[in-house]
Design a protein around this ligand. Structure first.
Ligand SMILES: Cc1cc2nc3c(=O)[nH]c(=O)nc-3n(C[C@H](O)[C@H](O)[C@H](O)COP(=O)(O)OP(=O)(O)OC[C@H]3O[C@@H](n4cnc5c(N)ncnc54)[C@H](O)[C@@H]3O)c2cc1C
Ligand code: SF4
Length: 330
């Protein structure tokens, strides 16, 4: 048992000040990931700054449209929110595809975005892992890596990002609001998580001490046809082998007016399929066009020894979701 301090913050200012005052502090939200990692000895915070009761638990409609989701809104509340279900169904579906009802009742929007990889070596302090202990090596590259990345990995890390919610947010062009020692800033979700490169220990672009205060869903993707589909080993309570979040808007003349496609379970971050999107924008979404677009994107894949199956799995998922959205228009 390693002792640690505990501070319950009542305001954003109190939270960031407490974090700054306690070197080695971590923010604690629902605790469903952080506390597990503390039990495994992977995270060893000197102090937990509890942000779970901050007044950031509302979903608001900003004057310009869209939705502003506070960082402590619970996953189950966000999934069930009438405006989310109506305007951003892909987000509601992604949330409901994640974890279990009990976990979603406690897990928060901010914590979900910052959950760490489920690579088993990362969670096992007895094995080499560059993400947990930089410079020790990557046990997964030649070890058990069936669940690992096929896109954007590096010699130093082949882990995937586990969040379903983040994949939907990437497809919706959502942004993350942060408050830290240097003030406030906003980061697009597509740039929030990093590829591993030479520094797999850094999952995201979040700077030391920064607190997520909100996630903003833009008006531009509100109400567009969208869907989330996830393939996994069990029907529930399992992380994605591959998943797809898609937004597809077809104009009256039958050509694609807006398209966004993001993959989960394939990379160290939600993977926006820009090649596929470029191929589809302005084209008629025929079965051939959809197939070629998805193929162009997944041509970038570099599977590991035991996870080549993810490429056709992701291809079929993406094709089916896009095809259904294209067929579903009025
Ligand atoms: C058995 C199991 C199955 C699961 N299955 C899935 C699944 O299928 N799909 C899926 O997407 N997820 C799944 N999860 C993960 C779950 O969604 C996450 O654990 C949860 O979303 C994390 O949210 P939290 O509020 O509990 O975060 P915490 O555990 O409290 O925190 C996680 C991280 O975020 C940081 N943090 C929290 N809030 C903030 C903030 N506002 N600002 C800055 N930093 C912050 C913490 O310091 C910590 O580093 C599963 C978890 C379990 C245990
Ligand atoms: S894939 Fe990444 S997280 Fe897993 S062992 Fe390798 S370095 Fe660690």
């Amino acid at each position: 048992m390693k002792p640690y301090g505990y501070v319950r913050a009542r305001s954003v200012e109190e939270a960031t000040a407490a974090h700054a005052a306690h070197p080695g502090a971590r923010y604690l939200a629902g605790g469903t990931n952080l506390v597990d990692l503390m039990k495994h000895g992977v995270e060893t915070p000197g102090t937990l700054v509890d942000v779970s009761r901050l007044p950031l638990d509302t979903v608001e409609e900003p004057p310009g449209g869209g939705l502003r989701v506070g960082a402590t809104v619970r996953n189950s509340d966000l999934a069930a929110h009438p405006l989310v279900r109506e305007r951003y169904p892909v987000l509601s579906q992604a949330l409901l595809a994640g974890a279990s009802g009990q976990l979603r009742n406690i897990a928060t929007t901010g914590g979900n975005l910052l959950q760490r990889t489920r690579c088993p070596y990362f969670q096992d302090t007895g094995t080499p892992c560059n993400k947990r202990a930089p410079g020790t090596g990557c046990a997964a590259r030649e070890g058990v890596h069936r669940d690992h990345a096929v896109l954007g990995h590096s010699p130093h890390c082949v882990a995937t990002h586990p969040s379903d919610m983040a994949v939907a947010l990437a497809a919706l062009d959502a942004t993350v609001e942060l408050r830290g020692p240097d003030g406030e800033r906003t980061v697009p979700v597509t740039e929030f998580h990093r590829l591993p490169g030479d520094h797999p220990e850094r999952d995201t672009v979040v700077r030391p001490g920064e607190l997520i205060t909100a996630v903003v869903l833009p008006p531009g993707t509100a109400g567009l046809p969208s869907a989330y589909r996830k393939a996994r080993d069990r029907a529930s309570y399992a992380f994605a082998l591959a998943s797809v979040a898609a937004v597809l808007d077809v104009a009256g003349d039958g050509t694609v007016r807006h398209v966004a496609l993001a993959f989960g379970g394939l990379a160290h971050r939600p993977w926006r399929a820009r090649l596929a999107e470029t191929a589809l924008l302005g084209a008629a979404p025929t079965e051939d066009a959809l197939a070629h677009a998805v193929e162009a994107e997944l041509g970038l894949a570099q599977p590991l020894r035991d996870n080549a199956f993810k490429v056709p799995l992701a291809r079929n998922l993406a094709h089916r979701v896009l095809s259904e959205l294209a067929a579903d228009r009025p």
